[in-house]
Design a protein around this ligand. Structure first.
Ligand code: GLC
Length: 696
């Protein structure tokens, strides 16, 4: 009897999520009562951070002992607690590649627990800006180029983390370029904003009950997001019903005293610059703001302090930090996020046996490469490099490390070479405008966007030298986004994308190379054959026009086949999908598909359902992801996979009616294992609320 697997179970994902189920009226009443006891100074103290620098790694905001009001104690970030040492998980885009929402909930639980154990109560995560172009410096910090996929992963993370601490999805909104992030304007029409750049934030607010939101540095259509009343009040509160607070990004995240307050940005971080008491009092005296404007912002902060009973938030034992369970989880995540992109017959997995003479080549092989050194940085007390991981696992084969400057002609005497190459914090990362040069010791590095997607010349030269000498070559790529591989792909026998795989990444890479783990990751970002197949990308731009197209949507529209498409990943086994059934189910569809593991080892695949809109009367993208499920099967096993798609997911944003509309047109369902491999199709047509299946 085959099992039934469902895509996303909200009850499981949000179990224990303290951001859901609050009694709004009771909390609002308590806030009102408390405000009535507060002086103007006490209210002002609630709407800004304490000081520019962190106090033992935490950024404080608000609080008043005399009134029993706790302070917010905020800390980054998306891959672990950025204070002291903590479990350094694989970066978010690696977790995105797992397409495993249950796993992402566990990551959120673990990071939330460690943050709480360190005295924090607000986790400044997840980062959910869409990967509009793979050159974005903070690509590693987000989950995906696709809004639906992003929303599912982020909701799962919040569902876990908010068992322990408040979260703060960021950066609201359209922070998609790094080098000019403080000044640039992301320009787009309302349809693009609501259909592409906001749905994942909306899901975090409405489904996951995100306790706060961080506004972004950039402008949206010429208005700084931290002072945009449309974003912060009309959309976030009036349309979505958000009850939490908005904190600014740090320093330049607040650009004004009056405009930011009246727009709905509640707490200036990390300290009182524009929100300094004298500036607020000047604005009061000048009649630019009223005391009620200050009171509204203070009320938003107090709301969560009362709703979460922040004074009594449990503080776990310090022993949970980097505990064995979290370390083991970090390895499991790294294993499930590795994407097998190429595997010539019989190259991988390798067998650890006498006679195998393996060269592990490259400086990155013997280096810790956890990701960028911006605000998402995590310091791990232990890490395992790929070389260390291979040496620890392999008992019978001979393993030799060759640095990049070694004489590689010796490779002809080896069975195969594994090159560990890719990017580091020097090539990509959060843009920190520090004059500090990158050194191994520096805590910070300039980071920034990548203006092209190729590997550094030194790494492409290394691959050329190795493939010229070694009988067979495996490339393990580390990095936070798509990398152009076309100029050397044909010369290598196997290729893995390992991302920045966290503290246990070396062990995970070794276990995949030697078959202890069957790779199951799938790309959360399209790898183009050439950057010229993507939209124009200018890392100095101050005005950037956004539209409905990017990633696989752009490649589809411009008929450029990806080198490796969104959702693509190979396995050591093979999977088939058949027997598609689609039925109406309440306010949407339920798709059922049979998936079979047709190979001879256990494994997992990512079943994906996209929708296209034949004969739509408005511009629509060729197709877009609307559901996915990770399916783990033993050899020969099959399962019935259920993929729910609600009608609300099929709407487009109609600027005329200023709302989402379900159009009378055809809806083509395409199901398979990547954006370019969708063998199962079916169409339903909608005419005035009447759905009819079309015989294909
Ligand atoms: C940064 C980042 C933001 C981070 C904040 C605090 O500039 O943009 O993501 O949470 O500072 O470190």
């Amino acid at each position: 009897m085959s099992r039934t697997i469902r895509a996303f179970e909200p009850a499981e994902i949000h179990a224990g999520n303290r951001g859901l189920g609050n009694d709004h009226d009771s909390v609002a009443g308590a806030v009102e009562k408390l405000l009535g006891r507060m002086s103007l100074e006490q209210k002002i103290h609630e709407i800004h951070g304490w000081q520019p620098s962190a106090i033992e790694g935490l950024y404080y905001a608000g609080g008043d002992e005399s009134l029993g009001i706790p302070s917010f104690r905020m800390v980054d970030g998306p891959r672990g607690a950025r204070t002291g040492t903590a479990t350094a998980f694989p970066v978010a885009i690696a977790r995105g590649a797992s397409f495993d929402v249950a796993l992402e909930r566990r990551v959120g639980l673990a990071i939330g627990l460690e943050v709480a154990a360190k005295g924090g109560n607000v986790l400044l995560a997840p980062t959910i800006n869409l990967l509009r172009h793979p050159g974005w410096g903070r690509a590693q910090e987000t989950y995906s180029e696709d809004s639906f996929h992003m929303g599912a992963m982020a909701s799962a993370f919040i569902g876990g983390a908010q068992n322990h601490v408040l979260t703060s999805p960021k950066h609201f909104a359209a922070n998609n370029l790094e080098n000019t992030r403080f000044e640039m304007s992301a320009n787009m029409d309302l349809r693009t904003l609501h259909e592409v750049y906001l749905p994942h934030f909306r899901r975090c607010v409405q489904e996951a009950g995100a306790a706060s939101i961080m506004s972004s540095y950039n402008q949206l259509n010429g208005i700084y997001c931290s002072e945009d009343p449309y974003l912060l009040t009309e959309v976030l509160r009036t349309r979505w019903g958000f009850k939490g607070f908005v904190e600014s990004d740090w320093f330049l995240g607040t650009r004004s005293t009056t405009e930011s307050l009246r727009a709905g940005m509640d707490i200036e971080m990390p300290a009182a610059y524009r929100r300094a008491a004298e500036k607020l009092k000047d604005a009061l005296e000048a009649g630019e703001i009223g005391e009620q404007d200050i009171e509204i912002a203070a009320a938003h902060a107090l709301y969560q302090k009362i709703a979460w009973d922040l004074n009594n938030l449990p503080v776990p034992d310090a022993g949970v930090v980097e505990c064995a369970e979290h370390v083991s989880l970090a390895r499991e995540v790294a294993e499930k996020s590795i994407v097998l992109l190429k595997n010539s017959p019989a190259m991988l997995p390798m067998a650890d046996q006498p006679g195998l003479k393996l060269a592990v080549v490259g400086n990155l092989a013997d280096m810790v490469n956890l990701g960028d050194r911006g605000s998402s940085m995590v310091t791990s007390s232990e890490t395992t490099s790929p070389l260390a991981g291979i040496r620890e696992l392999v008992q019978q084969a001979e393993v030799v490390h060759l640095a990049e400057d070694a004489d590689l002609s010796v490779l002809s005497e080896f069975t195969a070479a594994v090159i560990v190459t890719g990017l580091t914090y020097k090539e990509e990362g959060e843009f920190i405008p520090t004059a500090q040069i990158e050194t191994e010791q520096s805590e910070l590095a300039r980071g920034g966007d990548r203006s092209d997607l190729k590997l550094p010349d030194s790494q492409r030269d290394l691959i050329r030298r190795v493939t010229a000498a070694a009988p067979r070559t495996i490339v393990v790529l580390e990095g936070g986004s798509a990398i152009e591989v076309d100029d050397w792909l044909d010369d290598v026998d196997a290729l893995l994308m390992a991302w920045y795989p966290g503290r246990e990444g070396g062990r995970a890479i070794a276990r995949v190379l030697f078959g202890e783990v069957n790779p199951s990751g799938a790309l959360p970002v399209s790898f183009p054959r050439s950057a010229s197949h993507l939209m124009d990308w200018d890392v100095t731009a101050l005005d950037v026009q956004h539209d409905l197209l990017h990633g696989y949507r752009y490649l589809d529209q411009h008929q450029h086949a990806a080198r490796f498409p969104f959702g693509f990943g190979l396995s050591y086994t093979s999977f088939k999908a058949d027997d598609l059934h689609i039925e109406r189910n309440g306010s949407g569809f339920l798709l059922r598909v049979r998936v079979i593991n047709a190979g001879d080892v256990a494994g997992a695949c990512i079943l994906q359902a996209y929708v296209g809109y034949p004969d739509s009367a408005v511009d629509r993208v060729p197709k877009e992801l609307k559901q996915f499920a990770r399916v783990e099967l033993d050899s020969g096993e099959s399962a019935s996979v259920e993929l729910p798609i609600d009608d609300s997911q099929l709407c487009y944003f109609d600027t005329g009616s200023d709302d989402f509309v379900l159009e009378n047109c055809g809806y083509r369902f395409l199901i398979g294992f990547s954006a370019d491999n969708l063998p199962l199709t079916a169409q339903w047509n909608l005419t005035d609320a009447d759905w009819q299946a079309q015989d294909d």
